[in-house]
Write a protein that binds this ligand. Structure first.
Ligand SMILES: [Fe+2]
Length: 249
């Protein structure tokens, strides 16, 4: 956890940005508590990542809040827990970074954002499994559920490397249920690829045992590398919780 003072914020000096760039490179995420409603988190994330916003559902900013029709789904706008994933596996080029700005945390103390570096999980795979995940092309694009046909879908390998850094494109919900945001209590019948379903089960177990859990405080920023970090969220019960989300890259 890091804090930033109002004087630092006003400057956004080259030194300050380069300090956070180094931190992002080393830790793959930054959690910053500002206690400042006017902190220019959008400019800050652009400077630190060197990337511009990508649209999500046609807009630069997505509001993460309860939507009555999604409440019972494992979805950003529902209350059920999410399963680990990297964002936007059905985009031809998923965002390099994701950022969340907390405008209002959940009063119940739930809704923790959880993160795990993919390298730890990749190290548990056999060489044959890694090879298969690096060489097989998979189609990602929901044909069932609330996000059916939200994009035209994308075909890509699950594991790749950016230099020495392993990167994943993965969604436990999509792999096991064919649906990015299923209702866990009313699943639509789906037969997953047996190899990927087993990888997904192991990934879920690894994630539960190794994840960081961050309870974002009001006016805090969480920025992470979407390709080398898996993320998820615990359940919560407060319709006033409000986060803003951006895609960069
Ligand atoms: Fe997500």
């Amino acid at each position: 956890m890091f804090t930033i003072s109002k004087t630092d914020v006003a400057k956004f000096s080259t030194e300050l940005i380069s300090e956070y760039q180094q931190l992002l490179e080393e830790k793959h995420f930054i959690y910053l508590e500002t206690k400042d409603a006017n902190f220019d988190w959008q400019e800050f994330t652009k400077l630190v990542t060197g990337e511009d916003f990508m649209l999500q559902y046609g807009k630069p900013i997505f509001h993460v809040k309860y939507e009555p029709e999604l409440l019972n789904f494992s979805d950003a706008r529902g209350k059920k827990r999410l399963l680990p994933h990297t964002e936007a596996t059905d985009y031809p080029n998923p965002p390099k970074y994701l950022a969340l700005w907390c405008k209002k945390p959940a009063d119940c103390g739930g809704g923790l954002t959880t993160l795990a570096y993919v390298e730890g999980f990749v190290n548990t795979l056999t060489e044959a499994e890694k090879k298969k995940l690096m060489e097989t092309q998979h189609y990602f694009g929901a044909t069932i559920g609330v996000h059916a046909s939200r994009t035209q879908g994308a075909t890509h390998t699950i594991l790749s490397y950016d230099g020495n850094k392993p990167t994943l494109r993965f969604s436990c919900n999509y792999i096991t249920h064919g649906d990015y945001s299923p209702n866990p209590d009313n699943l639509i019948p789906f037969t997953p690829d047996p190899f990927l379903a087993e990888i997904s089960d192991r990934l879920l177990k690894y994630f539960e045992e190794n994840r960081l859990a961050i309870l974002m405080e009001q006016y805090s920023l969480l920025l992470w590398d979407n390709r080398s970090m898996l993320h998820s969220r615990t359940t919560y019960n407060d319709p006033t919780r409000l986060l803003e989300r951006i895609f960069l890259g």
